[in-house]
Design a protein around this ligand. Structure first.
Ligand SMILES: NC(=O)C1=CN([C@@H]2O[C@H](COP(=O)(O)OP(=O)(O)OC[C@H]3O[C@@H](n4cnc5c(N)ncnc54)[C@H](O)[C@@H]3O)[C@@H](O)[C@H]2O)C=CC1
Ligand SMILES: NCC(=O)COP(=O)(O)O
Length: 339
């Protein structure tokens, strides 16, 4: 086996055990076992047939086992999983899995975190107070220093081969998102995005396209005031700070092929403005990346897919893309620290 040059293996969290996470983790391992990137799963080993996995005690054991079996680090919490069911009873294990992967990444024993999808409704029913990984990971890593010159987020990016999008507001209702939007929020998301495009994606001078909030970017105030009152001043402030930003642009016309040629990432005001084009263009290739964390974190763009869990239909492509992107980001960060 030719192992990845990553300094340590990546830690994959288990995700919702009744969803497609366990089967796509195994499928990803089958594809990557010979060439890497090398990774291990933090999960209840009972989710897998004994012969399919190798239980490991610590990430240092991964290199020796990766070619022959999917390495699994056992959780303290047990799961009782049925494919297609997301039970709140499994929440302690789902949360422990994420916490373990993050702790190992913060300590340097893992090089980064790749999360499998969680069933947010199920976790929240069990009392989990975060609307998604993005916010939870920001909380778990809040005390760790950021890499030099990087602004703390968190900021969500959907990164596909033809399009990168960033929702400035994430897991909130459309009504609350519109009220939550400020020039400061947009500017911060833009700074985090521009830094990540430069340092993690190797784009020398990133170009940002900033969407409007309202139809036709407000049509000069006739269809809403936020575009002129909040977004336009934010774009001006970004330009003054030396960031190549344009907008507010009407969101309905900024994603066609010619438009996409003019920017490196689209900053969108609402979750669906960003995720609909990203998933429509590349559902099986796009990766969800959390920017502005002290650690590397990626994830497949899709959710738990309870409707197909356990049926052998789930594709592992997006998870594989997430693992590869995480390894590439780790490599860039390691190289830049060495310079
Ligand atoms: N990073 C995360 O933890 C994410 C979690 N979710 C959560 O997942 C749950 C379900 O969300 P949905 O909106 O139903 O989206 P979903 O992505 O789970 O499913 C949407 C459709 O895509 C299909 N699909 C999804 N992944 C697939 C794969 N790997 N291969 C083939 N087909 C696939 C499903 O079968 C379904 O028809 C929700 O609780 C949501 O919050 C959603 C997105 C990301
Ligand atoms: N729609 C994207 C999504 O829900 C993923 O969120 P997160 O769990 O990565 O914060």
């Amino acid at each position: 086996m030719t192992a990845s040059l990553a300094p340590a293996p990546l830690a994959l969290s288990m995700g919702e055990p009744g969803g497609v996470g366990p089967e796509i983790a195994r499928a990803a391992w089958r594809v990557l076992r010979d060439e890497g990137p090398v990774f291990f799963l933090t999960a209840d080993p009972a989710l897998f047939a004994a012969g399919d996995i190798a239980q490991i005690e610590n990430p240092g054991d991964v290199a020796a086992t990766f070619a022959s079996a999917l390495p699994v680090m056992a959780l303290n919490s047990k799961v009782a999983a049925k494919p297609g069911d997301a039970s709140p009873e499994n929440a302690p294990a789902v949360i422990e899995s994420i916490e373990r992967a993050v702790a190992l990444s913060l300590s340097g024993e893992a090089s980064g975190v790749v999360t499998n999808p969680i069933q947010k409704s199920s976790l929240m029913a069990a009392g989990f107070k975060f609307p998604g990984h993005t916010e939870f990971l920001a909380d778990l890593t809040a005390a760790a220093p950021m890499p030099a010159g990087r602004t703390r987020g968190p900021v969500m990016m959907l990164a596909g081969p033809q399009l990168k999008t960033v929702p400035v507001t994430i897991h909130q209702s459309v009504v609350s998102a519109a009220n939550f939007l400020t020039a400061e929020l947009i500017e911060k998301a833009a700074h985090v995005t521009a830094e990540a495009l430069h340092h993690d994606f190797g784009i020398e001078k990133p170009r940002l396209a900033v969407s409007g909030l309202n139809p036709h970017a407000g049509e000069g105030g006739a269809l809403g005031k936020e575009d002129d009152a909040i977004i336009a001043p934010a774009v001006e402030a970004l330009k003054a700070a030396g960031i190549d930003a344009r907008g507010p642009l009407p969101a309905d016309t900024m994603f066609h092929a010619e438009a996409r040629e003019t920017y490196d990432a689209a900053l969108c005001m609402l979750h669906d403005q960003a995720l609909i084009p990203a998933k429509t263009l590349a559902f099986h290739e796009a990766v969800n990346v959390t920017l502005g964390l002290p650690i590397v974190r990626t994830s497949p763009d899709h959710g738990t897919a309870l409707d197909i869990a356990g049926k052998g239909k789930a594709r592992a492509d997006s998870l594989i893309a997430a693992i590869r992107l995480a390894a590439a980001m780790v490599e860039r960060r390691t190289a830049s620290r060495a310079r």
